[in-house]
Design a protein around this ligand. Sequence first.
Ligand code: PMP
Length: 428
Amino acid sequence: EGTARRRDTYYAASQKKFVPFAEPMIFRRGSMQYLWDEAGRKYVDLLGMNVCVSVGHSHPVVVKAAAEQAAELTHCTTMFYHPVPAHLAEELAATMPKGPKGDIEWVVHFTNSGSEAIDLAMVMARGYTGNLDLLALRNGYHGPTSAAQSVTGIAAFRHPGMPGNVAFVAEPNQYRGVFGPGTQPYLDEIERTIAVATTGRIAGMLVESVQGYGGIIEMPPGYMSGAAERVRAAGGLYIADEVQSGFGRTGDHMWGFEADGVIPDIVVMAKGIGNGFPLGAVVAQRQIAQPMAEKFMFHTYGANPTSCAAGRAVLQVLREERLQQNAKTVGGALLERLNDLRQRHPAIGDVRGRGLMLAIEMVRDRNSKEPDPETTAAVFEQCRESGLILSKSGPTRSTLRMVPPLCLSLADVDQVSEGLDRAFTKAR
Ligand code: PMP
């Protein structure tokens, strides 16, 4: 009772902008890929509660692990040793590529969120290289802290007064990118930007392996490895932001960067790692993290046993329930259905993505590709009425993003495609 009134009265304006629905939605229960609202109505959570719920809402294995840990010792700050975060660090390091000679060693620094991990990666890259300039992609999103905003390319997420030393390059958007489809012009743009917009000495480049809030923009073949090569030639590090694309979501690999065979210097992760528990991490090549030993960097709740117990359980469930494979199979089936919908609904300009990281981009006209935020909003509302929770994303909010828990089933795919079909028909 009174939840909407209290929230509307006491939340700061900064938190109010993100209420995308016509009516306030109050969820009270979740199980796997489903949510229930206050009235007991069931929904398919295609948003994965913002890509956090990787293995399923309130997954019993994760809940049990976290509850038992919380009962035994909820918190133990990082200056003390504890077996749970130590194990999780070992397990995360083991997911990273070892390189052609098998000699790359990885180390882990735990945070509580993606943006803290981004901040840390920026500090690490600047500290290791001794350079200040960073490159980031337009249409990218890296988080709400000042440092993370400074590398975020979507204007709507950038407030005045953020720190500098960041140069932006065009994202290699294959549907509507400034240089059209292809990889090479976007790699040339990196070289050009380094030459004209920086000191020429680069600390690093941040790349989401698949841009999430930007509307599911995949990096085309050769882009990530080509970008890494160019940045390294200017003395910088390649930093992979896997906050949305990691933990098997793309179906083919544990990490999005693996699609291109690139070996990052630093990998940033959060969201799916905790299945909803606050947890983030920077996983870096050992030598790159080393210079930070000169000073303190300390996240009070980082490596807390409760979140880390959830993290370990997530890795266990991903493996035992073969969720990466499920993301590939079910995501592949959903993508096929979305492509069928594109044949029948002219408002769909593009369908894209991999695994369970998919998107539909809406246009007023397929030739002009003029974005259509109004129809997108109408479809989004209709979907809610059909029991589907989606997200509007992309710089013009004309893209419907689908990033459900990785346990989505083939039966759900039927419901989702039928619901979307109805919504497109009604919204026309
Ligand atoms: N990077 C990416 C790609 C993200 O999508 C987000 C969050 N949406 C972040 C970083 C920041 O994570 P957090 O909100 O946990 O700080």
